[in-house]
Design a protein around this ligand. Sequence first.
Ligand code: HEM
Length: 431
Amino acid sequence: MRLRDRPASPLPPGPPLPLLAQTPLLWLHRHRFLPAMRRRYGDVFTLHIAPVGTAVYLADPLLVKQVFQGSTAIYHAGEGNQILGAILGRRSVLLLDEEEHLGERRRMLPAFHGERVARTVELMAGLTRAEVARWPRHEPFALHERMRVLTLAIIVRVVFGVTDPARATALAAALTDVTDIKPWHMPAFASERVAAAAPWRVLRRRRAVADRLIAQEVEHHLAAGGLEERDDVLSMLLLSADGDATAARDQLMTLLLAGHETTASGLAWTFERLLRHPAQLARVQAGLGDDRDPYRDAVVKESLRVRPVIHDVARRLTEPVQVGKWPLPEGTVVLPSIGLLHADDRLHPDAAAFRPERWLEGGESSPYAWIPFGGGTRRCLGATFATTEMATVLRTVLQEVTLHAPDPADEPQRMSHITIVPTRGTLVEAA
Ligand code: HEM
């Protein structure tokens, strides 16, 4: 409902604290702060936080559905990502809204169709076996770090299509640097003038290196020809962009940033949860011989539910909108809360429990109760890629080694870069 002519109305309830107090509570204690806000104020509440401003959290599936199905002219997502423009490039699908966004998205969609992704499973498994062969045996190490290396290797091979090992290593190293974005790098995105000053120039220099390597890959693809016969995403992008290397480069950087850290964190949590649930681990092990064991997919789904790697998604209102009983003014940011929906006992009975079985018992209460990949026209493009990769890596790792957690206590959740990660990095021993 459009509300342009109505007088200003109160926002949904929220804590009577200044932005300066709410911001650290959210960024440092999100996992306690947001559930506490929901208990106190209900499924819709307002926070005032930097850098977003007025933020209305939504933990009601019906309201989340309204946002995801709403007009792309009203619910903008790209605007909020402008800060990433300098690293992703202006044509990145993450930065665009409305028609421009849909155009880029449509061009990329075919590369992520299920049948196409399924063809990459053997490649993913081979890269996983090579990675596992390098792990130490009988001594503790952080599995999350190894998952970051592996998901990057998979992107370099499957998305960028690099087959030469030396070029793959050089590209992976440059891309690791460029995605290691620290808070003090951010001013480099905000202002050209500030960015010219050290130390923020560092990130731009790193990006220039990555750019050069990506440009080489693009040239390599174009020179080699036969793009139609190749399975990698870059070939598809070049074909659909009619050889427009700039657009292809921006989308490659986007896929890297959106797909690398997220999947590594998802995998780190999958192993963290399984290693603390021996019965569930045994059931996964029993199905390793089966290419399509549905229990493995249920484990991936349950891990993404109980430990979502992204806690919420955001849309900025370009005009006043009625959301449920709340008339929200233009400029408000609404945040469908993945974390709160996934932890809701009304939507997922005994929500805190890790119980993959629930997904085999057909118990999905609402399509908007499980949304680790967001929704609507902004839903994660790589969702099938990510779940296929997670199930493949899980299977291959457990075929190669036996894992055990030296410290059986649950690993607490903390923010790192753009995702929520296990605090001890999923500490394991392999045998
Ligand atoms: C477990 C792994 C992953 C998680 C949890 C995840 C989650 C998300 C979320 C929450 C969004 C925002 C959706 C919204 O605003 O409604 C998103 C967007 C996106 N993701 Fe993923 N993602 C994962 C892996 C990947 C992978 C592997 C790729 C590609 C290789 C990828 C590519 C993208 C792209 C391109 C977008 C932007 C879509 C658009 O704006 O139209 N993601 N992802």
